[in-house]
Design a protein around this ligand. Structure first.
Ligand code: PLP
Length: 375
């Protein structure tokens, strides 16, 4: 099996799975219980919080566990925008994940005005466009750190600096789901008030995420209930997932530089192979991370090409379609033409990938593109 779709999700790291299993079967107490089992569970929870805080360069008290990246993002956006007596203007970008886009669209229906910063043809967002978009009634800037389709990095450091200068009362949320464990996370340097992350992109199970909330920033929670997570996220904590997420963060932080170098070599191998064997292929966007490569094979519909790759046990994803078969909003915002959007593939690496995976992909692409061009 050659799995090259790690921006979609990753396998759980064996060390993380082992901890989750132990917590499920042996250390299964409720962290809110006051007996010995509860105290042990509470210790596991706080240990994981420290591990997540370490990879986020944050204080453990700034970490709230959520069920996923989407919940973390909803909590930050609704929380920031529903502060009483503030403005009604939100700034985001046209290339955000639907966790952000659908949340701000919902707020639009409630009377908020949203400015969508547009990318250039390479998938980058301009600092000048942000400066021009800020208004006295701006309450929130929400943008991603790394784009999930084309791998571009957004200038979050400059964004944070400009926002806090021009609109000091506005809050800054960063969706770092695709950047976590790939690039260093620097909440203070970026002037971030909130940062969303997700476990399943870095070798933890699905169903766990976290929200960094800067010390001193106060927002209302999305749900009401018990006092877990200091009231920010009530509901009994998903301790097996949380413990596994902590362990994945620990491992990925310790190996971050080595992993980056490994992925960089795989990406270089892929690009060399593409240049030698498919000189007619075109890259979509100028990816700033070796983890995500998006390219089109004009004349070869991506949905069909994916099926051919699958027959060779090679798994990548289509940059052309979301779940409902609509054209990629990211590539469309970059104003790429339809033939390019319809034939886009996203290849996304993890450090567990090998040179053999890249060779298998190139061989499968050769057969697939020849076949589709003949047809
Ligand atoms: N933000 C980005 C950039 C993503 O790529 C994803 C997942 O694909 C999410 C948010 C949502 O994360 P989750 O699947 O944990 O809800």
């Amino acid at each position: 099996m050659h799995y090259l779709d790690h921006a979609a999700t990753t396998a759980v790291l064996p060390e993380a799975a082992a901890i989750a299993c132990k917590v499920m079967t042996e250390q299964f107490g409720n962290p809110s219980s006051v007996h010995k089992m509860g105290i042990e569970a509470s210790g596991i929870l706080e240990h994981a919080r420290k591990q997540v805080a370490a990879i986020l360069n944050a204080d453990p008290s700034e970490i709230t566990f959520t069920s996923c990246g989407t919940e973390a993002t909803n909590t930050a956006i609704f929380g920031a925008c529903r502060r009483k007596g503030r403005g009604k203007h939100i700034i985001t970008t046209a290339i955000e994940h639907s966790a952000t886009l659908n949340t701000v669209r919902h707020l639009e229906q409630e009377g908020f005005e949203v400015t969508y910063l547009q990318p250039d043809a390479d998938g980058h967002i301009s600092v000048d466009d942000l400066r021009a978009a800020i208004r006295p009634d701006t309450v929130l800037l929400t943008c991603m750190l790394a784009n999930n389709e084309v791998g571009t990095l957004l200038p979050v450091k400059e964004f944070g600096k400009i926002l806090k200068k021009e609109a000091p009362n506005a809050l800054f949320h960063i969706d770092a789901v695709q950047g976590l464990a790939r690039v260093p996370i620097k909440p203070k340097l970026w002037n971030a008030d909130f940062i969303s992350v997700s476990g399943h992109k870095i070798g933890a199970p699905k169903g766990i995420g976290a929200l960094y909330i800067k010390k001193g920033v106060r927002i209302q929670p999305l749900m009401l209930g018990g006092g877990q997570e200091r009231g920010m996220r009530p509901g009994t904590e998903a301790l097996p997932n949380i413990a596994a997420f902590g362990e994945a963060c620990r491992l990925r932080l310790a190996q971050m530089d080595d992993n980056y170098t490994k992925v960089e070599a795989l990406c270089a191998q892929l690009k060399e192979g593409i240049a030698a064997r498919f000189p007619w292929a075109v890259y979509n966007g100028k990816s700033d991370m070796p983890h995500v490569v998006n390219l089109s094979f004009p004349g070869c519909k991506s949905e069909v090409l994916l099926r051919v790759l699958e027959m060779h046990d090679v798994y990548v994803s289509s940059g052309s379609a979301c779940a409902k078969g609509k054209a990629s909003h990211v590539l469309a915002a970059m104003k790429l033409d339809h033939t390019r959007i319809d034939s886009a593939l996203r290849i996304s690496f993890a450090p567990s990938n090998t040179p053999e995976d890249v060779e298998a992909l190139l061989d499968a692409l050769e057969e697939g593109t020849k076949r589709l061009k003949r047809e």
